[in-house]
Design a protein around this ligand. Structure first.
Ligand SMILES: [Zn+2]
Ligand SMILES: [Zn+2]
Length: 338
């Protein structure tokens, strides 16, 4: 069978490799149908993902059809349409015992630390597969994983109905946060310097959108909230300036959610954090969000699939990568088909 492998930074190839074989009784082999190219796949290709190891079959947004199951598998059967939950964890460390295995001490992310979904067949533990049902197109189902990242942000930020959420960044992640927060019933203000992205945010349900290079955000948020400010501020950009500004835009008893993944230092006013008792939390990957997210997709309640602009056969992955590198303004989301 064929796979997309990053041999080392800058080298991506279609390779021939052996079919996976069942190793444990709980293993499942899935015939891949579609997979999404995520920003983090491109980082692995560029050598800018600090935690990735090489050579690596990339891809963590993968869906397919169950091809073979181990003897102890009960939750899926041959022919089921499934999505991969791309994390592996120990189940024993402090985070795992707390029910937060997405930050397990021994966390492995498929397509980053272990081989992922850009191959014709992939192996998975049965509990890392979720049934899609028959209503969701495979190519749309690829967006469930990115959508789940937004669900996790809502969980970490404890976003509740009626609260005001300020989201920095209307890229795929910011939009996933927006849609999840709207499902909960929050009022959402979305910020981005790119007017096209702001237009997307509007169609995805943003209550207000602003370009921070054009208006005074503090004044706007104050006016919209009667001086209360935002109950939750989400940094879906990963910017030290956003983190520094966020404490001035967060209400009393508010929360700030960081998604930044670079080792950079933000200067944050301790006074603002203390006097308003702001909680600053990180949000990484997701945990226990897939089932809920699949339900939204089943009921056609998700716009995130509108971001899909291109579909390539996986053997043309180099063309897809070139498009992302050379004409990023034309690319929303690229799906590889198998
Ligand atoms: Zn991703
Ligand atoms: Zn663990």
């Amino acid at each position: 069978m064929k796979a997309v492998q990053v041999l080392e930074p800058g080298k991506i190839n279609i390779i021939e490799r052996d079919m996976p074989t069942l190793e444990r009784e709980t293993d499942v082999i899935v015939k891949t149908k579609a997979a999404g190219i995520c920003g983090s796949d491109i980082h692995i290709y560029h050598g800018t993902n600090a935690v990735a190891t090489y050579p690596r079959v990339i891809g963590h947004e993968a869906v397919g059809e169950v091809y073979q199951v181990g003897e102890a598998v009960t939750n899926v059967k041959v022919g089921d349409r499934v999505i991969l939950e791309p994390i592996e964890y120990c189940g024993e460390c402090y985070a795992c015992r707390l029910g937060r295995p997405n930050v397990c001490e021994k966390l492995k992310v498929r397509g980053v630390h272990s081989d992922g979904g850009f191959q014709e067949y992939f192996i998975a533990q049965s509990d890392k597969l979720h049934i899609l049902g028959s209503d969701i197109e495979f190519t749309d189902a690829v967006m469930i994983e990115p959508f789940s990242i937004g669900a996790q942000v809502c969980f970490r930020g404890q976003i509740a109905k009626g609260e005001v959420v300020l989201i920095y960044g209307a890229g795929p992640t910011g939009l996933a946060v927006l849609e999840n927060a709207k499902h909960i019933g929050a009022t959402c203000i979305v910020l981005d310097m790119n007017e096209n992205r702001l237009a997307y945010a509007k169609t995805f349900g943003a209550d207000y959108t602003f370009n921070p290079s054009k208006v005074d955000i503090k004044a706007e948020v104050e006016a919209l909230t009667g001086g209360m400010l935002a109950n939750v501020v989400v940094d879906a950009v990963g910017s030290t300036k956003v983190m520094a500004d966020a404490v001035y835009l967060t209400s009393v008893a508010g929360r700030i959610v960081s998604m930044g993944f670079l080792d950079q230092k933000a200067e944050i006013s301790m006074l603002e954090v203390t006097k308003k008792e702001i909680s600053i939390v990180g949000s990484r990957l997701q945990t226990y969000q897939f089932e809920k997210c699949i339900e939204y997709f089943k009921h056609n309640e998700v716009h995130l699939t509108d971001l899909i602009t291109h579909k390539f056969h996986f053997e043309d992955v180099k063309e897809a990568v070139a498009l992302i590198e050379n004409e990023p303004e034309k690319v929303g989301k690229i799906i590889l088909t198998f």
